[in-house]
Design a protein around this ligand. Sequence first.
Ligand code: NZQ
Ligand code: ZN
Length: 385
Amino acid sequence: MKDFTFYNPVRVHFGKEQLAKQTDELKIYDKILLTYGKGSIKRNGIYSRVIDLLGDKNIVEFGGIGANPEYETLMRAVELGREEKVDFILAVGGGSVIDGSKFIAAAINYKGDDPWDMLAKYDKFDSAIKLGTVLTLPATGSEMNSGAVITRKSSKEKLAFGSPLLMPVFSILQPEFMYSLPDIQISNGIVDAFVHTIEQYITYPVNGAVQDAYSAALLKVLIEQGPKVLENRSDYDANANLMWAATMALNGLLRTGVPEDWSTHMIGHEITALYGVDHAQTLAIVLPGVLTVMKDEKAEKLLHYAQNVWNIDTSDANRAIELAIEKTESFFNSVGIKTRLSDYDIPESAIGDICKKLEQKKYVKLGENRNINPEKVEKILKIRV
Ligand code: NZQ
Ligand code: ZN
């Protein structure tokens, strides 16, 4: 196992009616910027519960943070936050609102010319406004991690950044908030969490017994509980299990001491930036391609996955690996996520543009062995048409 430092200070309040119970969390802040998305929280009643929680606190609101949060929109919130001198951000929503709020938190205090440089030029920052979250969509793990992914519409760029300063102080996870989600968002959440787990698991073995066992267990939970949520949208336990699985998939625990391969995400981000396809749907397109093209290097872990997640007999290793990849794609399809570029009207001719975008960003050495170059990306996508 590789050496590691694990740090996760996020206080998670999980369960029924958690929101109403957490009044103490906001006690010490004076002026709170309340951020949210394009209106779902007003329709499903979460907004009024949050307002109740805030009581007589001094608040400033910023709604309208859309899916794949955009720099252009977020900069308006940064201005507002600076003018109003907010000292805390409460983000109420899914990954997009939380990620957008992390950007706002860092950008308000940013000393350079353009906060976009934190992403595009990896410019370091040494302070950020503190934030808390009320999660309404389990998928990204943003509620318990330090990362965020922001889109710049004008240049069709989607870039990630992160810092321990952006770890939420607390996150409220109330599974009942999932009941109002459209089915497609549940499906997206299942696939996103599944792929996060795979990317920290199917690389090369380093004898990380705990990490491998946790990853396999999480994948099994997603395979079992995800469809249960889709069958009965108000099954509290199934919703709770899916919510916690998605958080655990990207809160830093699985990646401790093991190699990681985020190539599926990096390629997927370009597909979203160019074609607007939902984040999880891009992953469902790309992952089977990555696993197929890289199967020799990933063979040992693919066999672990085949045996421990899908109960496949591994006496014929090649067949077992093929079967595991087939089952992965079928699972995505079974929860309602299509897995081919053509399913999203993306033509084969787009592959060149996707590779070019990755090259422009110098993302030319992806994967756990840093050998997924543009030629390999092309190969991966060509089998996903
Ligand atoms: O905007 P509103 O009206 O709130 O509607 C949202 C949005 O349209 C709706 N929604 C959320 N909660 C709801 C609800 N509708 C009804 N009831 C509820 N309880 O769902 C839609 C999608 O929301 P969004 O936040 O965009 O989805 P998700 O959580 O999947 O986030 C995706 C974003 O996270 C990034 C992705 O790239 C993408 O931009 N990621 C962030 C990561 C991180 N910070 O660690 C890692 C991920 O890999 C990912 O890249
Ligand atoms: Zn993701």
